[in-house]
Ligand binder design. Structure first.
Ligand code: ADP
Length: 181
């Protein structure tokens, strides 16, 4: 199963992805996690990404896409993946389409986690990650509205909308039910 997870920052994509990954037997590939691992290890990629992430801005697409392409080429992603945090722009979606075409694959669906903005702000302030201060959160929500939300139309043919307010278990159950259709 090849899925993209879409939704505003703080929508709970990472939490849902961890559960889905186990149930579906495909790896959870999070660009945010990959960047944070690189920052933690002090790699050149991490050094480049850090200033953008701390400011709540998007890391340049060429850097991000190269990182995703090499991750998707790893053996565990051959039969499927849950892509979390990529694509985040229409340009990135087109790059992903090119990567999939090269390997002769298609996306099975794009799961859209729908959450009200005041709820995501609350969740992000509660989790307290380094880039979760009020100013950065505002920037990221703006980036989501302007750059990422257009993907909902871009993927209209394969979108799977999920109401993502409620308990973790409820949202997982809704997602599993929607994927079975
Ligand atoms: P959230 O979903 O809360 O925004 P992520 O962990 O997905 O958190 O992303 C954290 C940061 O990593 C983003 O604000 C952005 O700076 C960077 N990032 C993640 N994915 C991408 C991407 N596809 N393109 C550019 N930057 C990205």
């Amino acid at each position: 199963m090849r899925l993209v997870l879409l939704g505003p920052p703080g929508a709970g994509k990472g939490t849902q992805a961890a559960i889905l990954s186990e149930k579906l037997g495909v790896p959870h590939i999070s660009t945010g996690d990959l960047f944070r691992a690189n920052i933690g290890e002090g790699t050149p990629l991490g050094l480049e990404a850090k200033s953008y992430i701390d400011a709540g801005k998007l890391v340049p697409t060429d850097v991000t896409a190269r990182m995703v392409e090499s991750r998707l080429a790893e053996a565990d992603a051959r039969e499927g993946f849950l892509l979390d945090g990529f694509p985040r722009t229409v340009e990135q979606a087109e790059l992903l389409a090119g990567m999939l075409e090269k390997s002769g694959h298609e996306l099975d669906g794009v799961v859209q986690f729908k959450v009200a903005e005041d709820v995501v702000v609350e969740r992000m302030l509660a989790r307290g990650r380094a880039d979760d201060n009020e100013e950065t959160i505002r920037t990221r929500l703006g980036v989501y509205r302007d750059e990422t939300a257009p993907l909902i139309d871009h993927y209209a043919d394969v979108i799977i909308p999920i109401e993502a307010e409620g308990s973790v278990e409820e949202i997982n159950a809704r997602t599993m039910a929607a994927l079975e259709k």
